[in-house]
Design a protein around this ligand. Structure first.
Ligand code: ATP
Length: 362
């Protein structure tokens, strides 16, 4: 079942300097029950605004949002359910724990709003604290606790009402890398225990990859692609997604008689099988670590223009036609600067040459 559904959701802001800006442009997608779904994209792409609209902190300019089958924001009908009635759990970066309340009161707060009786509050808070390894710290104040423990208070407060959907906006951004990793694991454990759906906002791609079942990659208020981490990495729908996730190297090619030639070298075809329906001008995209460099006669004959020793691999800049291809190999594959070599792009992705220009224009 789809638990969070957005249809044609648009958000415009009136700004003094830039006039009206479209922060979120016609978003339509759904998040399934029990899924961990991330919003990923560069700063300003609309991640937080989308999450805030789902939470009910932000009105929509157009469109509608449904949570667990219930409409909560429908612009055309002026329907708007306030955040406290949406039944969501939230951990927002700017929504940290309250410093003037001890751990118990921080976690009990959402239950107090519901006017729950004392015995139930005590029982539910104790349970939430037990699941976030905070038992025994009930009377402590957040300032006496570590960053990881403070983040757990926020998580305990979010799970105490047993929400079906949890919204997490950069919840780990204040933590050091080691702690981030273990908190990721804890969040997934909590999800398994309580079986909630997660929407996770981050600009950290490895974090999104590690935690998500599916991700939505956005740029400048537009959805670029929604898919599993693996498919986004291996089959990026466009050049933006290709270059945003992991390292990329691109080659402009000309297709003639079913063969592909690097721009600037119409004499020597590349060792590539051209996909059916390829236009005359295409762009071939590859991961630098998926390009083969060898000393043999198989592949495009060239030389090493530059060799850069990196900690865990060696990087080579290799001319192909009038362009430079970036290749990364394990250290055991070793070529010196100026040495002749052959390159083969093992499994490249093909894009129309006007893809990027078209994206910029949109
Ligand atoms: P970040 O990763 O930096 O948090 P983001 O992807 O979450 O970025 P948003 O915060 O959703 O991006 O912002 C999207 C766009 O909307 C940006 O151009 C931002 O400047 C603009 N914006 C957000 N809130 C407002 C507001 N209240 N008034 C005017 N413009 C806003």
């Amino acid at each position: 079942m789809d638990q969070v559904v957005l249809r044609g959701v648009t958000k415009r802001f009136a700004t003094k300097t830039l006039g009206d800006i479209v922060a979120v442009d016609n978003f339509t997608f759904s998040v399934r029950e029990g899924e961990c779904f991330s919003f990923l994209g560069p700063s300003g792409c609309g991640k937080s605004t989308t999450l805030r609209m789902i939470a009910g902190f932000e009105d929509l300019s157009e469109g509608e949002i449904e949570l667990c089958g219930r409409p909560v924001s429908v612009k055309s009908k002026n329907l708007y359910v306030p955040p406290e009635e949406r039944g969501l759990g939230m951990v927002f970066q700017a929504f940290a724990v309250w410093p003037h309340m001890n751990v118990f009161e921080n976690v009990a707060f959402p239950l107090r709003i519901q006017k729950m009786n004392r015995a139930d509050v005590n029982r539910k808070v104790a349970d939430a604290l037990a699941h976030t390894s905070l038992t025994g710290l009930e009377n402590s104040y957040p300032s006496d606790l570590s960053g990881g423990q403070q983040q757990r208070i926020a998580l305990a407060r979010a799970i105490v009402t047993r929400p079906k959907v949890m919204l997490l906006d950069e919840p780990l951004s204040n933590l050091d890398p080691k702690l981030r990793e273990s908190m990721r694991f804890e969040i997934k454990e909590l999800q398994r225990t309580f079986n909630f759906t997660i929407i996770f906002v981050t600009h950290d791609q490895s974090e999104a990859m590690a935690i998500s079942d599916r991700m939505m990659v956005c740029d400048m208020g537009r959805i670029m692609q929604i898919d599993t981490p693996e498919n986004l990495y291996n089959k990026p729908a466009n050049r933006f997604v290709h270059s945003f996730l992991g390292e990329s190297t691109f080659l402009n090619v000309l297709v003639r008689d079913g063969r592909a030639y690097a721009e600037g070298d119409p004499e020597h075809p590349l060792d590539l099988s051209v996909p059916a329906g390829a236009a005359e001008r295409m762009v071939v995209a590859a991961r630098p670590n998926a390009i083969e460099l060898s000393g043999g006669s198989d592949g495009y004959q060239t030389h090493v223009e530059k060799r850069i020793f990196l900690t865990d691999r060696t990087e080579y800049l290799v001319p192909v036609g009038n362009q430079i291809l970036k290749v990364q190999t394990p250290h055991r594959v070793s070529f010196s600067q100026g040495e002749k070599c052959a390159v083969r792009l093992a499994d490249p992705v093909w894009y129309p040459a006007d893809d990027e220009a078209a994206e910029k224009e949109r």
